[in-house]
Write a protein that binds this ligand. Structure first.
Ligand SMILES: [Zn+2]
Length: 78
């Protein structure tokens, strides 16, 4: 599985499990059942599901290195 560094995930992308801000995106390998599936996860759930999703995933966007900066931003905004 390729891990790509992107800057596509802003605060409008939410974790599919808990609705926290998403910092990981798994682009699933297209199948007949799921032609273009994308799963978004926060760091916690991304790490949790990563091993299970790895065989199904074409590439993964990992923006967890932005997490520290985003937390500071959130504190600033709130
Ligand atoms: Zn989550």
């Amino acid at each position: 599985m390729n891990v790509v560094k992107t800057h596509m995930l802003d605060s409008s992308y939410r974790c599919d499990s808990c609705s926290a801000q998403a910092f990981m995106m798994f682009a699933l390998t297209p199948t007949e059942r799921v032609p273009d599936g994308e799963l978004f996860f926060c760091r916690h759930h991304g790490m949790k599901h990563r091993a299970a999703l790895e065989p199904l995933t074409e590439f993964m966007a990992d923006e967890t290195d932005r997490l520290h900066a985003a937390i500071i931003d959130d504190k600033h905004v709130n």
